[in-house]
Design a protein around this ligand. Structure first.
Ligand code: FES
Length: 153
């Protein structure tokens, strides 16, 4: 059984170096540890960094990267930045929604997969690109997408 979320957040904070402008690195560290940035993390971070809750919440909600709810067992991210858009990312995303049975920014009802947009995976020259959990995939096609994701459902 995991310790309460607030305690887990405090453990993450204690494990990170204290530095100016630490909010973003701390949010990344929390999401890496918990899979998301839970609402309980906001007041803890605000107190820790001497910020208002609104400031912390504003940053969490501004960046699409941060999730506020736990993800599914697998996370599929489709790049929607410029190079990938020019190479069919929008139709790939539409295919992904249909193939995975869930909308963008959503998790399948059975919890198998969360589908998210992402804004550049560093594979612009080999776009369109996706990431499945921690693995990058370039030159994506709907057929390759189906092949790569069939084991996730
Ligand atoms: S724009 Fe998609 S990987 Fe850079």
């Amino acid at each position: 059984m995991n310790p309460p979320i607030e305690l887990q957040v405090r453990e993450v904070l204690a494990s990170q170096p204290v530095q100016d402008g630490a909010l973003l690195p701390l949010l990344h560290a929390i999401q890496e540890r918990l899979g998301h940035v839970p609402p309980e993390a906001v007041p803890v971070l605000a107190e820790y960094l001497n910020l208002s809750r609104a400031e912390v919440h504003g940053v969490v909600s501004y960046y699409h990267f941060f999730r506020t709810t736990p993800p599914g067992r697998h996370v599929v991210q489709v790049c929607r930045a410029e190079a990938c858009q020019a190479r069919g990312a929008e139709s790939l995303m539409a295919h992904a929604e249909k193939a995975l049975g869930c909308a963008v920014h959503a998790t399948r009802a059975d919890g198998a997969v969360t589908l998210e947009p992402v804004y550049c995976l560093g594979l612009c020259a080999s776009s369109p690109a996706i990431q499945i959990d921690d693995k990058l995939h370039a030159r994506m096609t709907p057929a390759r997408f189906d092949q790569l994701t069939k084991g996730l459902l």
